[in-house]
Design a protein around this ligand. Sequence first.
Ligand SMILES: [Zn+2]
Length: 322
Amino acid sequence: MASSSLRMIDIAVNFTDSMFKGIYNGRQCHVADIPAVLTRAWTAGVDRIIVTGGSLEESKEALAIAETDGRLFCTVGVHPTRCKEFEESGSPEGHFQALLSLAKEGVEKGKVVAIGECGLDYDRLHFCPSEIQKKYFEKQFELAEAVKLPMFLHMRAAAEDFYSILVQNRDRFIAGVAHSFTGSAEDRDKLLQFDNLFIGVNGCSLKTAENLEVVRGIPVDRMMIETDSPYCEIKNTHSGINFVKSTWSSKKKEKYDRDCTVKGRNEPCFVRQVLEVVAGCKGIGDTDQLSNTLYHNTCRIFFPHDLDSVADTLLAGGHNAQ
Ligand SMILES: [Zn+2]
């Protein structure tokens, strides 16, 4: 399966999701299986994974998972739809301090590589009203500032507010990625105006012909790839499906087989399909070189200390892809 020099980092994996414990809609369908999922990912050419934290509790769990393997890392932060937890904790400042000390602990362990996911999600205001989302999105710049980490950003249907909060806080964060990008060409161009911002592309970014057109306009040196698994898989009905080359045999969750993927559950090996669709829609023939460019972008932002050791060789061969 793995080809010669294909090398990928999946920057968004929700390993804390119950589906990776075998639980779907509250029902146990199979055993917890992160080790089997990881084996498939490493075989596919993935060599690092960033596990997403979306609340204080989830960030603790993400860090615990990241500590189980040298190739796993994580984020610490609160997702826009979960920002009510600051106030529900009884002490927003205490909650913030708990996030800060978790982030510091994770940095010391070499595991926490970003603050997030944080941002704005106006598609799901029923979970958290926009005023609270904005307030605690801003608050999390304080975290990024304190630990000097890049930001792992989430934006849905909130481009204007998101953009103006970024502008107001632009000196408070060193870099960031707007992950799971599904916005318009206009949204994309606004983000690209920040020279320290990258755009994360996954299956949700590649659903329609219009999506592909937007992705075509993201320069490869400003892009990262991800799965956002267990969500955002590339489906047969999606526009980019014809560019997909790599497939895995899959079984329904009720007929679980550890050597197969689970139908309907995305997992990090599929980041390879994201790479293939990006290459296809941009007309890039050399997938290996594209993977090297994206790998280098990701290292530069999230793994700068390792850049010399892991990415020097990639710089030489991987910088001309477009
Ligand atoms: Zn997200």
